[in-house]
Design a protein around this ligand. Structure first.
Ligand SMILES: C[S@@+](CC[C@H](N)C(=O)[O-])C[C@H]1O[C@@H](n2cnc3c(N)ncnc32)[C@H](O)[C@@H]1O
Length: 197
């Protein structure tokens, strides 16, 4: 059903949480930049729910194409739905936050995912992207390591991600820089509310 970097996560799922450290506390502050109260959050490419578990939001839903990762998310008490980030099974304007941590580089249609985040967000909602910067020494090493184990990863520096979010229609800003960076986009309240790009 899904191609790309999915089969690897079907295999790694049982040990993923043992190998990967917990998500960064900065995610909560980034979600709080939404200009509306955040009642419902989608953790896209959320895997075992590492990102969703790090934030304090009443309703948290993990979406991921890897069934084995979703089983782990459910073990953590999270709602989990199978799906591709570039074709979200979610109604327009249904959530106030979309989070993607350490997963955008695995997605084949990255622009499609950004457009989908825009579509499913209510005006004032926030899109939070946490990624690795391939222009840093450690980021380069990580990108090379992912290729070695057979991933099709495509990493981008924070300014590129910010520009794509802005082109789609978000009010976008780079919030944290470093090996792991954060880019945040607010969906503005416009009359013409289709993605621009
Ligand atoms: C490194 S894991 C990150 C999981 C979680 N977000 C975290 O921070 O621990 C990458 C995730 O991206 C998912 N993924 C791969 N292709 C995807 C796609 N097209 N749409 C959404 N998620 C995808 C994988 O199944 C995997 O769970």
């Amino acid at each position: 059903m899904h191609g790309g970097d999915v089969w690897q996560f079907e295999l790694f799922a049982p040990v993923y949480d043992l190998l990967v450290p917990g998500a960064d506390a900065g995610l909560t502050a980034a979600i709080e930049t939404a200009t509306v109260p955040v009642e419902r959050l989608l953790d896209v490419g959320g895997g075992t729910g590492r990102g969703a578990r790090a934030v304090d939001v009443p309703e948290r839903i993990v979406i991921d194409p890897a069934a084995a990762m979703l089983r782990e998310a459910r073990e953590h008490g999270l709602a989990a739905v199978r799906g591709d980030g570039s074709r979200l099974p979610v109604a327009d304007g249904a959530v106030q936050a979309v989070l993607i941590t350490d997963a955008l580089h695995h997605v084949g249609d990255q622009l499609g995912l950004v457009r989908e985040a825009y579509r499913v967000l209510a005006p004032g909602g926030v899109f939070v992207v946490q990624e690795f910067d391939p222009t840093t020494a450690l980021g380069r090493l990580l990108a090379a390591g992912e290729r070695l184990v057979g991933f099709d990863s495509r990493f981008h520096p924070p300014e590129t991600v910010r520009e794509v979010l802005a082109a789609v229609g978000f009010e976008a800003a780079v919030r944290e820089t470093g090996v792991e960076y954060l880019v945040v986009g607010i969906r503005p309240d416009r009359v013409d509310d289709r993605p621009r790009w």
